[in-house]
Design a protein around this ligand. Structure first.
Ligand code: G3I
Length: 343
């Protein structure tokens, strides 16, 4: 009996010790570590919820604050899912990053079909921005005010309905309107593709410097980094170094790493693919630490949590394994490799 009790007690202490020894990446980064989340999964799946609360200290709303979700009718806002993510994040003392106020691909259908004068269009976008930012004033720390202002491959301004109606300078107006609604919120311009286009990178820098000169309230630049294992380390480092020269906060805002270079629907995630992916992830973390000055590090945010949550699978109808957690939300070896490299 006594032996049984001793075994039980020692088992209990070993368990407690093992638990208290758990180390998290976010403890060693020295900057916020985030993930974008799906509000529905957060509500339904306790494993996802617990993991997010433990692993991250910053959350981005992946889809729920896009216009098509939060403002689905001209006179109708739907804050239910956004509120639920915000409540969860605040309860867990996490920073919240709002994504995104104006995005060509995030427009609601009613807005795409809206008929009106330039003035009517200005009111539409201003009201949208100020209603959403105002609703979360004091709760959401930062916003991707405009997402993907430039075209796919170069520094020309993307054409879409808001740009057509308000002109190329619509982005500056959006920043001013967001700032009016919450002067304390940090305002970010989020962009993709700089890892493959120098022209686009220089375009972003030109806009950042122009905004600074004109006193437009721009606080940071988001570099999405939806990377592929063949993206070159030199380019990744170059992007971070160049963006840092603006003096603005730099957010790696949508990090993931594609391993499927043949768009296969049945890709096998081999050890060699895992290894190349791990090396590239290590490089990204190392480059961010080295090349972005501490006061400009806004953090690294993954684009969702586990491999089964990735946008890449449904969007491209391919198999992908781009994140740090597997299908069952276990840490993948790449997680531990980054952890070791940071210690
Ligand atoms: O929620 C509905 C579900 O009810 C329905 O059954 C299903 C059928 O298609 O669609 C679901 O909605 C999808 C939603 O993701 C949630 O999964 C939309 O169709 C789909 O278009 C939407 O895709 C999102 C995409 O942006 C477009 O908004 C991705 O999740 C999201 O990861 C992606 O994120 C973008 C960033 O905002 C900007 N940078 C690029 C990045 C990747 O495209």
């Amino acid at each position: 009996m006594r032996i049984k009790l001793l075994v039980l007690i020692s088992f209990f202490f070993t368990e407690v010790q093992a638990q208290s020894k758990t180390e998290y990446l976010k403890q060693f980064t020295g900057f916020p570590l985030g993930a974008s989340v799906d509000g529905e999964v957060l509500l339904k799946n306790k494993v996802y919820r617990d993991l997010v609360a433990k692993e991250f200290n910053s959350l981005t709303t992946e889809n729920h604050l896009k216009m098509y979700r939060v403002h689905p009718g001209q006179n109708r806002y739907d804050f239910a899912m956004g509120d639920s993510i915000v409540t969860f994040a605040l309860r867990n003392k996490m920073r919240i990053h709002g994504h995104t106020l104006v995005w060509f691909d995030g427009m609601a259908d009613w807005a795409k079909n809206f008929q009106g004068t330039k003035q009517d269009w200005e009111s539409l976008i201003k009201n949208h921005i100020q209603t959403v930012v105002g609703h979360y004033k004091g709760k959401i720390t930062s916003w991707d005010v405009v997402n993907e202002y430039l075209t796919q491959n170069d520094d020309s301004v993307r054409k879409f309905i808001v740009q057509e109606k308000l002109g190329d300078d619509y982005m500056a107006k959006c920043f001013r309107w967001a700032h009016e609604a919450d002067p304390n919120a940090l305002l970010i311009y989020n962009e993709y593709g700089m890892e493959w286009s120098e022209s686009k990178l220089q375009g972003v820098i030109r806009i950042a410097n122009d905004f600074k000169k004109r006193g437009i309230p721009l606080d940071g630049l988001g570099v999405q980094f939806h990377l592929k294992i063949f993206n070159s380390n030199e380019r990744i480092a170059h992007v971070l170094k160049e963006l840092s020269k603006t003096g603005l906060k730099i957010h790696i805002s949508e990090l993931d790493m594609m391993v499927n270079t043949t768009n296969s629907a049945t890709l096998v995630y081999t050890d060699s693919l895992k290894k190349v992916q791990q090396e590239k992830y290590l490089f990204v973390f190392d480059a961010y630490r080295k090349y972005v000055p501490d006061n400009q590090k806004y953090g690294i945010t993954f684009w969702n949590v586990g491999d089964k949550d990735t946008w890449l699978r449904p969007t491209y109808k391919i198999m992908e394994y781009p994140l740090l957690f597997d299908e069952d939300y276990n840490r993948k070896p790449v997680y531990n490799a980054i952890l070791q490299s940071l210690k």
